[in-house]
Design a protein. Structure first.
Ligand SMILES: [Zn+2]
Length: 282
């Protein structure tokens, strides 16, 4: 594969056949799956929460057929669990799962970034540089955000953080690697959303991202992968610490509690309240 092929042109095969993830899905089921995925990742739908058709058809204003398809789609990604004769629940969260996903994501990104460094040309470098600049701006906005703007600033930081890491991997030439990148990123983002103090971690991560950027632009594979490895290890350690700050909360969302069941599903019509954030983790 030549460098121009792998770094600059969309690939016409693979899970998405070259369609960027951010493109709006064409089918109603795909659009519903996208909203459902986002609501689970961002914690609007809580781990273990029962997902009734009645509630979701109202929430997303769709019929039961596209909704069923959307639920199966998101279940295949591990964010929803289907239970025999009991319907669907939001996947519970679990420390072991977080560690597993984190380790796999580190391996995949080191692999993909390494290939990108080998094949990536000027366009790839520009993509990485531009994504890095956007991420830095989001970090500043996050630091300056008041309570009212914090949620939007966190959303923005997550999006740009994803774009930066994706850009690093984007010249790897493997659509399957990029497909799994998105799935693993989704999983870890959900853990961050539940447990992180974003402003503090984003500020600390800024220097790490800058070092990764410089090593990648210098096409130093060894340095880039070792910085990425340290970046992921730190992220996993911080998330682990944060998860253990409130053991009661952790236990509550680690088991499929079927919240709302005792009230015949009625309490599932509104998201469970978000508990107070854990103490500073870094
Ligand atoms: Zn990062």
């Amino acid at each position: 594969m030549s460098s121009s092929q792998s770094s600059n042109r969309p690939v016409a095969w693979g899970p998405r056949a070259g369609v960027p993830r951010d493109d709006m899905p064409r089918t109603l089921a795909g659009q519903t799956a996208r909203k459902l995925r986002q609501d689970i990742i961002q914690g609007k739908l809580q781990p273990g929460e029962r997902l009734t058709f009645e509630r979701l058809t109202r929430m997303y204003e769709v019929g039961s057929s596209p909704l069923r398809e959307a639920l199966f789609q998101v279940a295949a990604e591990g964010l929803v669990h289907g239970e025999d004769h009991k319907g669907f629940i939001v996947a519970p969260i679990n420390l072991g799962e977080m560690m597993d996903v984190s380790s796999l994501r580190a391996q995949l990104e080191m692999f993909a970034a390494s290939l990108s460094i080998e094949h990536g040309g000027e366009e790839w470098e520009t993509r990485v540089l531009s994504a890095s600049h956007r991420l830095k701006r989001a970090e500043v906005a996050l630091r300056q955000a008041g309570p009212e703007q914090r949620r939007a600033a966190e959303d923005d930081w997550e999006q740009r953080h994803r774009e930066f890491h994706y850009a690093l991997c984007s010249a790897c030439g493997s659509p399957w690697a990029l497909h799994f990148f998105d799935q693993l990123y989704d999983q870890l983002e959900r853990y961050r959303r539940h447990f992180w103090q974003y402003a503090e971690r984003a500020e600390a991560a800024d220097d790490e991202h800058e070092s990764i950027l410089q090593a990648a632009l210098a096409h130093d594979r060894e340095k880039t992968t070792s910085l990425l490895k340290a970046h992921f290890q730190k992220q996993a350690a911080l998330t682990t610490d944060a998860m253990q700050v409130d053991p009661q909360r952790l236990q509550e969302i680690s088991s499929p509690a079927m919240r709302g069941e005792e009230a015949g599903g009625a309490s599932a019509t509104k998201p469970a309240p978000r508990r107070g954030r854990p103490r500073r983790v870094a």
